[in-house]
Design a protein around this ligand. Structure first.
Ligand code: LLP
Length: 424
C-alpha cells in the first residue's frame, strides 16, 4: 500500500495501476467509501450541509443526497447542480449562501423558494421587495477570521463576507416580513479548536443580542484535514461538544429547540480524492531536478494559489519496484507556459524541492487529498480541456465526467469569428 499522510486514505497500488491502464492521464479519482466514512464522523450534528464548491460533480452530490446530506450552493450554477442531483427546492435541502444576488439568481431562488443565507443587507432588501416571507439566514462576520492562507480567511475587516452589524438586518426583515431561520458564521478554511471556540462564543453573544426566534444555527465549515504527515486530524467529538454546548445555551435562552448545522466541504471529500498524472520530461536546471507532468495548475490550482502541500507518490510506468529509500530533491512542474506552474512551492511562489524517489519519463505522479478544491477549481488556461473524473464505488470505477474536447472550448467563440469585426 502507498504511504499516506492520514489514516483514511486507502488507495491500493494495484488499484491505481489498473486505473492508469483504463483511463487517460491526467484524471481525478474519488472513492465513495472514504466520503461515507467521513460523513459518519459528523453524525451527531442535526444537519450536515455539504459546501459543494469543494467538489461539485453531480454524482458526488448524488452520494451526498443518498446519505441525507443537505447542500450549500453559492452560485446559480451550483443551485442547478443541486436540483439536477435530486435536492428538493422549497425545503431546507438547498441553501443559497452569497454576498450578492444578481437578477438571474434572485429570480431562481424566489421561484424555487430556496432559502437564502444573506451575506449583505442589500441582499435582504432585494429579496424582501419581491418575495415577502422568504426564508432567510444571516451570515454574520464576527469581526475575526482565520484561514490556512490569507486568501481563505473569511472574517474580519479585510474580508468581504458576511454582515458586520446584524442588528441592522432586523428592521429590513420586519419591513418585508422575511422569515429568519437561522444565524450562520464561517470564518475561514483550515480553522482549529481555538478559533472555533471564539466563533461559538460570538454566536451565543449574537443570539442574545439579536433576540430573534430563530430555529437553527450553523457552525460553518472550515474543518482541516491532515494534508501532511505532521498534521493531526481534528478531534471532531471535542468540536461537536463545543457547539452542542452553545446550542443548548441558545435553546435555553430562546426557549425552543435549536438545530445545529455544520457546513464542511474539505472535511467530507478532500481525502477521498487523488490526481493521477504522467511524467513526460525529466530535466536538470543547474543543480535542480525538474520532473514535468501532464497536469498543470489549471487542473490542480491549490499549490500555485496558496502554496498548499499535497502529498506526492510515484508509480513506476515500467513495472520496476520504486526504491523509496533512495530519494533526490525534486521539483514537480506542469505543462503550462507559466513559471508558477509548480506543484512544489510555498505561498508567495518560492519553489521548493521534495525528496522523491528517482523518477523517469513514463512514470506516474499521484497527488493525494485532491478531492476538495481540485476539479472544482480547474480552468481552461492555456486552452487545456477539463480532465476526466472517475468515481470508485462498490469495487467498480465509473467515469463521472468525461474529458472536455478542445472543440467544446472553441465552440464558445467560433460562431463570432470575423462576424462583424472587420480587420484592417
Ligand atoms: N461555508 C462557506 C460559507 C464557505 O465559504 C466555505 C468555503 C465552506 C463552507 C467550506 O469550507 P471548507 O470546509 O471546505 O474549508 N479554495 C480553498 C478553500 C476556499 C474555501 C471557500 N469557502 C482551498 O483550496 O483551500
Amino acid at each position: 500500500m502507498l504511504q499516506y499522510p492520514n489514516y483514511q486514505q486507502k488507495f491500493h497500488l494495484k488499484k491505481i495501476k489498473a486505473l492508469i491502464k483504463k483511463y487517460q492521464s491526467p484524471f481525478w479519482v474519488y472513492d465513495s467509501n472514504i466520503i461515507y466514512n467521513k460523513i459518519k464522523l459528523l453524525k451527531n450534528f442535526d444537519v450536515i450541509r455539504f459546501a459543494q464548491k469543494s467538489c461539485s460533480n453531480i454524482n458526488i452530490l448524488r452520494l451526498m443526497k443518498n446519505k441525507n446530506i443537505k447542500i450549500d450552493a453559492v452560485s446559480l450554477g451550483e443551485i442547478e447542480r443541486a436540483l439536477l442531483s435530486g435536492f428538493q427546492p422549497n425545503t431546507n435541502e438547498i441553501i443559497f449562501t452569497a454576498d450578492i444576488l444578481d437578477k438571474e439568481t434572485l429570480s431562481k431562488v424566489v421561484n424555487y423558494k430556496i432559502p437564502v443565507n444573506a451575506g449583505s443587507l442589500d441582499m435582504l432588501t432585494q429579496i424582501g421587495k419581491i418575495s415577502p416571507g422568504h426564508h432567510i439566514w444571516l451570515r454574520i462576520n464576527p469581526g475575526f477570521g482565520y484561514g490556512h492562507s490569507k486568501k481563505t480567511n473569511t472574517g474580519g475587516e479585510n474580508s468581504k463576507h458576511g454582515i458586520w452589524e446584524p442588528s441592522l438586518a432586523i428592521p429590513i426583515i420586519k419591513k418585508y416580513k422575511l422569515k429568519l431561520i437561522g444565524l450562520h458564521m464561517h470564518i475561514g478554511s483550515g480553522v482549529n479548536y481555538v478559533h472555533l471556540k471564539k466563533v461559538c462564543k460570538s454566536m451565543i453573544e449574537h443570539v442574545y443580542q439579536l433576540n430573534q426566534k430563530i430555529s437553527s444555527i450553523s457552525a460553518g465549515g472550515g474543518l482541516p484535514i491532515p494534508y501532511n504527515f505532521n498534521d493531526k486530524p481534528i478531534n471532531i467529538n471535542k468540536y461537536f461538544v463545543l457547539w452542542d454546548t452553545a446550542r443548548k445555551k441558545i435553546s435555553k435562552f430562546l426557549g425552543k429547540k435549536i438545530e445545529l448545522e455544520i457546513e464542511p466541504g474539505r472535511f467530507l471529500v478532500a481525502e477521498s480524492g487523488i490526481l493521477i498524472s504522467k511524467v513526460w520530461a525529466v530535466k536538470k536546471m543547474g543543480s535542480k531536478n525538474f520532473v514535468l507532468i501532464d497536469a498543470g495548475f489549471n487542473d490542480l490550482m491549490r499549490p500555485a494559489m496558496y502554496g498548499s502541500y499535497h502529498h506526492i507518490s510515484v508509480i513506476s510506468g515500467d513495472n520496476r519496484d520504486i526504491d523509496e529509500e533512495t530519494t533526490i530533491d525534486t521539483i514537480i512542474g506542469g505543462p503550462l507556459c507559466e513559471s508558477g506552474d509548480i506543484f512544489t512551492q510555498k505561498e508567495g511562489g518560492t519553489v521548493q524541492t521534495r525528496k522523491l524517489p528517482i523518477i523517469y519519463v513514463g512514470d506516474y505522479i499521484i497527488f493525494h487529498d485532491t478531492g476538495a478544491y481540485g476539479a472544482s477549481m480547474s480552468s481552461n488556461y492555456n486552452t487545456r480541456p477539463l480532465i476526466q473524473e472517475i468515481l470508485l464505488h462498490n469495487n467498480n470505477s465509473f467515469i463521472i465526467r468525461r474529458r472536455q474536447k478542445i472543440e467544446e472550448i472553441l465552440n464558445l467563440e467560433k460562431q463570432y469569428f470575423f462576424k462583424k469585426i472587420i480587420l484592417n
